[in-house]
Design a protein around this ligand. Structure first.
Ligand code: UFG
Length: 323
């Protein structure tokens, strides 16, 4: 297939681009490089530096695209509470713009990076796709709005669409030839890469947001999914998309680890101390999130295999040291 990947310079987008190219697809990456450089865009993809708001210049009726994988967007839940307008613009307005451009160009297949943040404070654990969607941060709200728009688009205009609701994506794509694709956001806001920076001596302390959550050790619980497992689900979703249907799948490992357990894993893997500075809760953080991915496993035939927290942290550490 000829595929457009928005956000293909980012951690997940670049990893999926690598797998798509390896599977024989032709890929055009569109990224505005506002939060990344182009260093991780695979060299055998065509790269266009542009905002999603300008996607119509690339996604023309004559360009012959078979589908779009839409990764571009802002991902920091913390930032979405302090700068919500940035998230409504980059996630929702851009997402609606993409749907318009796809309709105009007659491109009928979409895989969308949705998020566990759509569920807010979970109505059930593990979270299934039937759980109530009531986001408690703006990030989740901006992504849920696009999910709802995609559902209408599929119904009315026969789009074949799959939303993949990611839990906490981590690790790195470590390839046999030594090539690696990993997480390097600017600014970095995610727990594991920040903890690695502390372990490497690049930061003094890990700011730990909250010790009074209703969890066994008082820190938040999250479900870490290895980026290579997550990426494989996108290739399966591409072939599972059906015209007129919007399918939604949760993608997680199914196990929750507390923030304190993550820091312990970083200490073990790196062999370095990770001093912690205890701070108040970060606004918009649910106490506990972990997935049931039973539906993705049944429908897509997807099975996450890299589920050990230490193995996930080890790949992230290998990338951190090699970058
Ligand atoms: N945390 C800290 N200190 C930090 C960074 C994070 O204590 O310096 C804590 C957070 O408060 C939270 C946990 O570590 O309790 C995980 O936070 P992240 O920022 O790493 O990730 P989030 O869970 O907020 O969000 C991530 C992705 C979203 C996705 C969500 C789904 O950024 O895109 O996982 O669970 F939707």
């Amino acid at each position: 297939m000829k595929l457009l990947v928005t956000g293909g310079a980012g951690f997940v987008g670049a990893t999926v681009t690598r797998l798509l190219l390896d599977a024989g697809h032709e890929v055009v990456v569109l990224d505005d490089l506002s939060r990344n450089d182009a260093a991780q865009v695979p060299a055998d993809a065509t790269f266009v530096q542009a905002r999603v708001q300008e996607v119509g210049d690339v996604l023309t009726p004559d360009a012959g695209f078979d589908g779009v994988l839409h990764f571009a967007g802002l991902i920091s839940a913390g930032e979405s509470m302090t700068h919500p307008e940035l998230h409504w613009e980059a996630n929702t307005r851009a997402g609606l713009n993409l749907l318009d451009a796809m309709r105009t160009a007659g491109v009928k297949r979409l895989i969308f990076s949705s998020t566990a943040a759509c569920y807010g404070e979970p109505s059930e654990l593990p979270l299934t796709e039937r759980a109530i969607t009531m986001p408690i941060n703006t990030y989740g709200a901006t992504k849920l709005a696009v999910d709802l728009a995609i559902a209408s688009e599929a119904r009315a205009h026969k789009l074949a669409a799959v939303s993949l609701r990611y839990f906490n994506v981590a690790g790195a794509l470590v390839r046999e030839d030594g090539g690696m694709i990993g997480e390097r956001h600017d600014p970095e806001t995610h727990l594991i890469p920040i903890a690695l920076e502390v372990a490497a001596g690049k930061r003094e302390k890990l700011p730990m947001f909250g010790d009074d959550y209703p969890t066994p050790d008082g820190t938040c619980i999250r479900d870490y999914i290895h980026v290579a497992d997550l990426a494989e689900a996108h290739l399966l979703a591409l072939t599972a998309a059906v015209p007129g249907e919007h399918k939604i799948y949760n993608l997680g490992s199914g196990t929750g680890f507390s923030n304190a357990q993550v820091i312990d894993a970083v200490r073990t893997v790196t062999g370095h101390p990770v001093p912690v500075e205890w701070l108040p809760r970060r606004p918009g953080d649910p106490a506990s999130l972990y997935a049931s991915s039973a539906l993705a496993q049944a429908d897509l035939g997807w099975t996450p295999t890299r589920t050990s927290l230490e193995a996930i942290v080890a790949d992230a550490w290998a990338f951190y040291q090699g970058r």
